[in-house]
Design a protein around this ligand. Structure first.
Ligand code: FUB
Length: 327
């Protein structure tokens, strides 16, 4: 009798374990009702990525008491209509980089090349100073693994422009029409370098872009034959931008694109086209009552161009966006 009891206890435990695992592996579905888009957890530094007609948002997770950045994970969300969203099992954590300090999942961006997805992240190196790492996956929703086992950019590689220890953050990545990939990043100074075809090594010298009022958060996109380099400027941050006919500049400053974002001293944008419309993805600190500069939330609003290619000032809204088919 005792053995039969133990047998069924064992079976029960196995069923429970399999169920819990299944739940952890499943995407969690939710409905957006405007801005912020994600309200069941705090999300910051969004990077948007469109692949196979799906709109992905990658973000760092803000946690803690709201007094400083406490960011253990990077997260991924997807939508096809901006209403129904999926959140996937945590695809990448600072602890997945053996060389990184835990809880420092700062800004990051994903790009695809040759069927692989590369996630460039900023984090804190265990030896001190911010650093950029790169993770790789066969799937946009992960799981991702450290692609190198070492940092791609460390503080000692960028000492001429500034001596601060946090200048190597906020990577944005771009593959140009000729197939050459570029990494652009920085705080205080805006750096750029070519990436090798393998996407996990720099190729040549690190250069510096001159951008008025540059603080951090560079983001590259192209519309027509114009390249746009948007970035966080001043502090508290507004989003400014510059335009060029070449990815390597020179960049012509075009002024403010977005004002200070509600209740957050940082302002971190992504700009992408989806199904023929352009979107401005950013964060604010507006979730009551704890939301703020260290407990941020991803928002999405529309972005419009003027006829001469310059961008209209963003109108941040509570309503958020709906795709063309639903208007
Ligand atoms: O989230 C940590 C840092 O705050 C990011 O790397 C910056 O862009 C700013 O948003």
């Amino acid at each position: 009798m005792k053995n039969v009891y133990q047998f069924w206890m064992l079976i029960g435990a196995m069923i429970w374990f399999v169920n819990v695992q299944a739940q952890d592996d499943k995407a969690f579905e939710f409905q957006a009702t405007g801005n912020p888009v994600i309200t069941h957890k705090y999300t910051a530094d969004p990077a948007a990525f469109v692949y196979d007609d799906v709109f992905y948002v990658y973000a760092g997770q803000d946690t803690g008491d709201g007094r400083w950045y406490d960011m253990p994970n990077w997260l991924v969300f997807s939508t096809e209509d901006f209403k129904t969203w999926k959140e996937y099992p945590i695809p990448l954590k600072t602890s997945d980089f053996e060389w990184a300090k835990d809880h420092s999942s700062w800004a990051a961006q994903v790009i695809e090349r040759n069927g692989k997805f590369y996630w460039y992240v900023s984090t804190e190196h265990q030896t001190g100073g911010k650093a950029i790492g790169v993770a790789v996956s066969d799937n946009p929703t992960g799981p991702f693994i450290d692609a190198r086992g070492t940092a791609l950019v460390t503080n000692d590689m960028t000492t001429e422009c500034t001596s601060i220890s946090w200048d190597d953050i906020d990577p944005t990545v771009w593959i140009d029409d000729d197939g050459q990939a570029y990494l652009i990043w920085g705080n205080t100074c805006c750096y750029y370098a070519k990436l090798k075809e393998n996407m996990i090594e720099l190729d040549g010298e690190i250069g510096t872009f001159i951008l008025p009022h540059f603080t951090e958060a560079p983001w590259i996109h192209k519309h027509g034959d114009w390249y746009y380099l948007s970035y966080a400027a001043w502090f508290p941050e507004k989003t400014c931008y510059a335009m060029s006919k070449s990815i390597t500049g020179p960049w012509e400053y075009k002024g403010i694109l977005n004002e200070v974002s509600g209740n957050s001293n940082t302002n971190h944008q992504a700009i992408v086209e989806f199904k023929g419309d352009w979107y401005f993805v950013y964060h604010n600190g507006s979730i009551p009552t704890a939301g703020g500069s260290f407990l941020r939330s991803v928002c999405i609003d529309r972005l419009y161009y003027n006829e001469d290619g310059t961008m209209k000032r963003i109108q941040m809204t509570t309503e958020g966006v709906v795709p063309r088919d639903y208007r």
